[in-house]
Design a protein around this ligand. Structure first.
Ligand code: GLC
Length: 429
């Protein structure tokens, strides 16, 4: 009996002792994006470990934003403690906060007397605040850009297009000649597959025609003359002008578009800032031959760049929030943000980086990035945005594939979205 009691005491002491000497649990950080971005996160995380002695396990997510969202919603709905920290697409922050999945950050910010004024305040207010609480911080801001081949414009005496008509005209001429040498060659590549990226492209075409998704009063207005014209133009690029490849609506997402242009097979490309450093890498066939500008508009329309970007947040269910905050703090720090801009060509979320002399010297396109930022068009920040997007993706893509007219696609979208809005309002009364 005596031995029995002694062994129980020893057992308890052993547990207590082992708990005291245990290291804090490893953090799990969910990231995604192009392969080069994922590789860069690995480098940064190594630096973080050296600096803080906090271990981080990287959870690699796919490139496609819809799949990344799904990969986070599953553990969060199940209240899993991992991942502790994650990157969120600009369009999910409000929904994640509404689901109460995000840890408010004010306590940590105050503890470290961190200055949040260095971030673009319009972004913080529109995206990262929920019910007056700061729940996320911007890691980088995305805006849609037009990449073009300087060498080809020069070779054929074309100028940088300001309107869609200019772009079509120039693309048709150059495509006709370049196809003789390279049968794959196309004038303009953009994201037309059925996924979230298609909404960004559509928004840019729509706003450049003076349309959009939400009107001045906050009503969802999809089925209007301007949007129909915009969608017809998208469809014509593939089927009538034939300057965009036939797989635009089946396959073209960010990376497919980027690789097509990268291989020297296109004159113009619609993509986000991340594509810049990849096109400019040493072994890229288009290195030194490219430039970026604003996406075109109609003669009486306006320039538009879809507002994208990724924000960092801490899970409400993390069992390691203090260390999670250390990681967030490291990622949004001046030095890290500068490194991300220098190495990945991203638009940083901190406004102070744009004036850094090293950045200005080494990232010459930063001035265009800042300019495009003035023309950003945001997707609506609505609790039912995912459903709205899914409806639009389906109909717009059906139009691009030739199954629906632009009018029918937008009429149908409007009808189905109104049903979702009604259901949402009834269930919230
Ligand atoms: C980029 C943008 C994001 C957008 C996505 C669409 O990752 O940053 O906001 O939703 O592309 O594919």
């Amino acid at each position: 009996m005596k031995y029995y009691k002694l062994s129980i005491i020893l057992y308890i002491l052993c547990i207590l002792f082992s708990n005291c000497s245990q290291e804090p649990p490893t953090l799990t950080f969910a990231i995604g994006g192009a392969p080069s971005e994922v590789e860069y996160w690995e480098i940064l995380i190594k630096k973080f470990k050296e600096k803080s002695n906090i271990s981080v396990k990287i959870l690699r997510q796919p490139t496609d934003t819809d799949q990344r969202r799904q990969g986070l919603v599953i553990p969060l709905k199940a209240k899993k403690k991992d991942p502790d920290v994650f990157l969120m697409d600009v369009i999910w922050v409000g929904q994640f906060a509404a689901s109460d999945w995000l840890q408010p950050l004010a306590h940590y910010i105050n503890k470290d007397t961190l200055n949040v004024d260095v971030f673009f305040q319009s972004i913080i207010e529109q995206v990262d605040m929920y019910n007056k609480k700061l729940v996320a911080l911007p890691v980088y801001i995305d805006c849609g850009l037009l990449y073009y081949r300087k060498d080809l414009l020069e070779k054929y005496g074309c100028v940088i297009p300001e309107t869609w008509d200019d772009l079509i005209h120039c693309a048709q001429i150059i495509q006709k000649h370049e196809k003789k040498e390279n049968p794959q060659f196309r004038g303009f590549v953009w994201q037309g597959a059925q996924y979230e990226g298609l909404i960004c492209t559509f928004l840019e075409f729509a706003v450049s025609h003076r349309g959009g998704i939400v009107d001045k009063n906050g009503n969802i207005v999809i089925n209007c003359k301007e949007n129909i014209e915009a969608l017809e133009l998208m469809k014509n690029m593939i089927h009538s002008y034939k300057i965009s490849p036939p797989n635009t609506f089946t396959e073209m997402k960010e990376e497919e578009v980027r690789l097509f242009f990268d291989a020297g097979n296109a004159l113009f490309e619609r993509n986000w800032p991340y594509a810049w450093s990849l096109h400019e890498r040493e072994d890229s066939p288009v290195q030194g031959k490219i430039a970026i500008t604003l996406l075109p508009k109609t003669a009486d329309g306006k320039n538009a760049a879809a507002l994208g970007g990724w924000h960092i947040g801490i899970s409400k269910y993390s069992d390691n929030k203090d260390n999670a905050w250390e990681l967030v703090k490291f990622i949004i720090a001046y030095e890290t943000q500068k490194e991300l801009t220098l190495n990945l060509g991203w638009n940083p979320g901190r406004s102070d980086i744009y004036d850094d002399s090293e950045i200005k010297e080494n990232v010459p396109h930063i001035a265009v990035l800042k300019k495009a930022f003035e023309y950003t068009a945001a997707r609506p920040n609505l609790p039912y945005y995912t459903q709205l997007s899914e409806i639009l993706q389906r109909h717009i893509n059906a139009c691009l594939s030739g199954k629906l007219s632009a009018h029918k696609a937008l009429f149908q979208s409007q009808k189905e979205i109104e049903r979702i809005v009604d259901i949402y309002h009834v269930s919230n009364q």
